[in-house]
Design a binder for this molecule. Structure first.
Ligand SMILES: O=C(O)CCC(=O)C(=O)O
Ligand SMILES: [Fe+2]
Length: 398
């Protein structure tokens, strides 16, 4: 099946790396980053008002499944966001966090080797900069297309840390079978003291991190989408089938500290135009906020949890039963913040973006149906719930 991958990537004008801009700034930041439009918006100060937490291990447990599935349904209907715990990928998350942090610590020149090219969001740079006079977000990003395997462009995959993309070298240790290895990432938790004091990795941890992370996250995403279909009373395939041939970009976000943090925004308010996002905050610095009840609600990430959110495509496929939610990132005065978002969307241009027929059977259809290429062309800049809103039919009650 032929796909037109490049069309799905929105070209962005080159702008300076914010991380390196900050090295020369003492107090005043360039005007292009000042965003007065966001400064008066209400932020929720009640820390107990939080997105729901879903325990994946309970869903897999026959006795506990029912209640947890009900919680999942409510989370998707009422919040569009939840944290997923006990999902089994905790170790992989830990490695991903270490690697992403190490990558951004490198000198600018090293990172520039992966700079985005015109007409593509892949690589190191910024996203959604369309105009020379456009206001800018206070953050850098690094994006690689992880799935499908066939579209991987290895020139954008980081060579450092070396275990990011390349399996660690196999080294035979005296008296041990070939399962022993060495040279894991210096900071990674997989290091275990081996026989004769030689450092080795657990046999299960020998794959390159991006590949391993991408595979595990995609598997979870598809399982979650299947559970959502079940909760909506439709066949799992009605939703999972849309992602059988999946496009999974991984976006690593780096938000440097800012001396005028209350005047900038790390990522402008937006909903994700894809189907489902699984995100990790790598260094426990709060920054993500979601729009709820007319205010911005800070998300306090649980270490090792995935923050999962419904994207515009799932809102449209479910005919609005599940909602994509606007979110933004605020930055910190003193601390940097990092996150890694794994997006999931169809990779098959025959997939239709429109309400699934079984979800409009007994009622009105609230969204248009369109092909994937037309859908992606609705995009331009990060602007609220642009895709979902453009697709809404006027007869909608909301
Ligand atoms: O950094 C975050 O917490 C959110 C990032 C995000 O919304 C995105 O990459 O689409
Ligand atoms: Fe997002």
């Amino acid at each position: 099946m032929a796909t037109k991958q490049e069309e799905y990537y929105f070209p962005s004008l080159p702008v300076p790396s914010v991380q390196h801009l900050t090295l020369n700034i003492v107090n005043e930041i360039p005007d292009r980053y000042i965003r007065p439009e966001f400064q008066s918006e209400l932020v929720c100060t009640d820390d107990s008002f939080q997105i729901p937490v879903i325990d994946f291990s309970k869903i897999l447990n026959e006795k506990l499944r029912r209640d947890e599935m009900t919680k999942l349904h409510a989370a998707c209907e009422e919040w569009g966001f939840f944290q997923l715990i006990n999902h089994g990928s905790e170790e992989t998350i830990e490695m991903m966090k270490n690697h992403a942090e190490e990558f951004f610590k490198q000198p600018l020149e090293e990172k520039k080797a992966y700079a985005q090219e015109p007409h593509s969001m892949e690589g190191y740079g910024q996203a959604f900069v369309q105009f020379e006079d456009q206001k800018l977000d206070w953050g850098d990003m690094y994006l690689v297309r992880a799935l499908p395997v066939g579209i991987r462009n290895m020139k954008f995959w980081p060579k450092y840390p070396n275990t990011f993309r390349t399996p660690p070298k196999q080294e035979k240790l005296p008296g041990t079978p070939q399962s022993s290895t060495s040279i894991p990432h210096p900071k990674s938790k997989e290091i275990q003291p081996g026989l004769l004091g030689v450092v080795r990795m657990k046999p299960s941890l020998k794959r390159e991190i991006i590949d391993r992370y991408s595979t595990e996250v995609n598997k979870l995403a598809i399982q979650l989408v299947g559970m959502m279909a079940e909760n909506l009373g439709i066949e799992a395939k009605q939703l999972t089938g849309m992602l059988e041939d999946v496009l999974q970009p991984l976006r690593m976000n780096y938000y440097p500290p800012c001396p005028q943090a209350d005047k900038v925004v790390g990522i402008s308010p937006h909903s994700d135009p894809i189907a489902l996002t699984l995100l990790i905050e790598t260094n426990n610095v709060q920054g993500l906020q979601i729009r709820k009840n007319g205010m911005w609600v800070p998300v306090h990430a649980i270490p090792s949890a995935f923050i999962v959110n419904i994207g515009d495509m799932l809102e449209i496929w479910t005919n609005g039963k599940y909602k994509s939610i606007e979110h933004r990132v605020v930055v910190n005065h003193h601390k940097e913040r990092l996150s890694v978002a794994a997006f999931h969307a169809p990779n098959n241009e025959d997939v239709i973006i429109g309400p699934r027929p079984d979800l409009v059977k007994e009622g009105a259809k609230y969204y248009k149906s369109t092909d994937l290429n037309t859908y992606y062309k609705l995009n331009g800049t990060l602007q609220g719930k642009k895709h979902a809103n453009e697709m809404k039919l006027v007869n909608t009650t909301e």
